[in-house]
Design a binder for this molecule. Structure first.
Ligand SMILES: Nc1ncnc2c1ncn2[C@@H]1O[C@H](COP(=O)(O)OP(=O)(O)O)[C@@H](O)[C@H]1O
Ligand SMILES: [Mg+2]
Length: 366
């Protein structure tokens, strides 16, 4: 009898992207090769409580019985309260006993699951897990830290100004920050540093709209970014950790947004956006994207996998790094699995490699 590794597929969680993670989790549960792995669902509620296998299965069924759009948009709303610590701790212990995971595949997009919080918990509990470690997750989640890290590695990006809420509240500081944004021209993209799935992002076409856009971004996170808008095609590249830890890049794909920019509706609901796989790019541009995707992965100290997003400027053909995503989606329309498929790596093999990579990471301090 072969011994299969128990993989806890952790989904849900206290984030705005709670709903999306059900789709990714279902994809993992259905496609992890069952000859090698026994995948079990592990649901984390919006209140932070963990659930055993039977409860998690039921939660999944309930989700897919709801109207798709409503279920997808179901996320934590600002001001909602988590369960008391004693209940969260007890629920974690009970879920762990029930699931008996040998390894965890976290697939909770956004805060808690993608920002290093869950990764820190798993490190503390000595549980191996797939994907970025604590520091890399935190850097990948905070667009200001991410940009600073990419800048230090010499990777080209759009010009930007970072804004902290405390400075923005101060009249003199605010004036100085606004003056610095003048050099970025128009249009501008204003976004919260920590969010994802385009929450709190505004495209600003006239200076008059800038302050309201910064306020909107700061309502989501205490740090905002004002960026020069790239007039560009949006190209993405999937990265996978190789057997010796070195990153490998897929063929790039292009995303053609249906709305004015690639927003939440576009990403998960609207079918007006579409992708081109592999992206139709000159060979040197495609190679440049792949090289930069691996460099971005290395710059943040990535592990396991990531999706790296780029702008390819229409006028110059120049490649600019936009962001790295440490827990890319695994929904039916998600680019990460599609890009590997187009590169010749089918989903079950891709997932096998991902789970295997979790065991390469040495546990902290050992
Ligand atoms: N500086 C920019 N120039 C042009 N388009 C941008 C810029 N920043 C963001 N966008 C548009 O907004 C979308 C979401 O922004 P992004 O920074 O990728 O945030 P998220 O983390 O929510 O995906 C991008 O896919 C792109 O369509
Ligand atoms: Mg993005």
């Amino acid at each position: 009898m072969s011994i299969r590794t128990r993989v806890g597929v952790v989904f849900g969680g206290p984030s705005r992207e709670h709903g999306v993670s059900f789709l990714s989790a279902r994809c993992l549960l259905e496609n992890l090769p069952s000859d090698r792995f026994e995948a079990v669902p592990v649901f984390v509620g919006k209140d932070g409580r963990w659930h055993g296998v039977a409860d998690s299965r039921e939660e999944m069924l309930r989700y897919f019985a709801r109207p798709a759009r409503e279920a997808l948009l179901d996320g934590v709303v600002p001001g909602s309260r988590p369960a008391p610590p004693s209940e969260i701790v007890a629920s974690f212990e009970a879920a762990f006993r029930d699931g008996a995971w040998g390894v965890v595949f976290p697939i909770l997009h956004g805060t808690f699951g993608e920002d290093g919080v869950l990764q820190g918990l798993l490190e503390a509990m000595n549980v191996p897990y797939v994907g970025f470690g604590v520091a890399a997750s935190a850097v990948g989640m905070d667009k200001l830290l991410m940009k600073a890290t990419f800048g230090a590695a010499g990777l080209p990006q759009v010009r930007y100004v970072g804004i902290r809420a405390a400075a923005w509240r101060d009249t003199a500081h605010r004036a100085a920050l606004l003056a610095r944004t003048e050099a970025l021209g128009l249009p501008l993209f204003v976004k919260p540093a920590c969010a994802g799935s385009s929450v709190g992002i505004t495209k600003v076409k006239e200076r008059a709209g800038l302050e309201a856009a910064v306020d909107a971004a700061l309502a989501v996170d205490a740090t905002a970014l004002v960026e020069a808008a790239a007039d560009a095609r949006e190209v993405e590249c999937a990265v996978l950790e190789g057997e010796r830890g070195e990153p490998e890049a897929s063929f790039p794909g292009e995303v053609v947004p249906g709305h004015e920019f690639y927003d939440y509706e576009d990403k998960y609901i609207d079918d007006r956006s579409y992708s081109i796989l592999p992206a139709e790019l000159p060979e040197e541009t495609s190679n440049e994207v792949r090289r930069m995707a691996c460099a971005a992965f290395d710059a943040v100290g990535g592990a396991g996998f990531a999706r790296v997003d780029f702008f390819v400027e229409r006028a110059s053909g120049r490649v600019l790094l936009n962001e790295i995503n440490s827990l890319p989606g695994f929904t039916p329309i998600s680019m990460f699995p599609k890009m590997w498929e187009a590169t010749g790596l089918p989903l079950p093999q891709l997932l096998d490699r991902l789970v295997t990579s979790a065991f390469r990471r040495p546990l902290r301090g050992r």
